[in-house]
Ligand binder design. Structure first.
Ligand SMILES: [Zn+2]
Ligand SMILES: [Zn+2]
Ligand SMILES: [Zn+2]
Length: 162
């Protein structure tokens, strides 16, 4: 196990560092691709990065409008689509919610550990699992488009609390 495998966000971690590096990656990626990180996109990304717990589109909208703004759902969906397309966020299918991408931004096969107690999600990557899925898909004559790997369970801090 390498240190990058132990990436579940602990309660005492400095989340400011997570946010900072997420924005550095987002800015670099947008620059590289000639995409614009508009104030609206930045705002939505900031809201999603409030924590490591995924947020639904409706929660994002509510936070945006908390101070009396009137953003409409299509605005939020369009912005989420942009962030998804560029790999800056991921959709957690089992929760129908979004979480910031914690890895470098190139298209990758993410594996998510979802804590059912605190709701935090940790993103990790496994070439071995990706290859195993490819291999069984090939045997089955199946073309993989979206390999979603969401594993639910409990993080160490939650099971240590018992
Ligand atoms: Zn964090
Ligand atoms: Zn990711
Ligand atoms: Zn937990």
């Amino acid at each position: 196990m390498t240190s990058s495998d132990k990436n579940f966000p602990g309660r005492d971690h400095d989340h400011g560092v997570c946010i900072e590096s997420a924005f550095e990656r987002a800015e670099a990626l947008c620059r590289e691709r000639g995409a614009k990180l508009t104030p609206l996109r930045r705002r939505v990304l900031e809201i999603i990065w409030e924590s490591h717990a995924p947020l639904g589109a409706y929660d994002v909208l509510q936070r945006m409008n908390a101070e009396g703004e009137r953003n409409a759902p299509p605005t939020v969906y369009r912005t989420l689509d942009f962030l998804l397309k560029h790999g800056l966020i991921h959709r957690i299918e089992s929760m129908n919610a979004f979480v910031g991408c914690a890895m470098s931004a190139d298209a990758h096969r993410a594996l998510f550990f979802i804590c059912r107690d605190c709701g935090n999600v940790a993103e990790t990557h496994s070439e071995a699992i990706g290859e195993a899925i490819e291999a069984s898909a090939t045997r089955a004559g199946f073309l993989v488009e979206t390999p979603v790997m969401e594993i639910s369970g409990r993080c160490q801090e939650c099971y240590d609390d018992e």
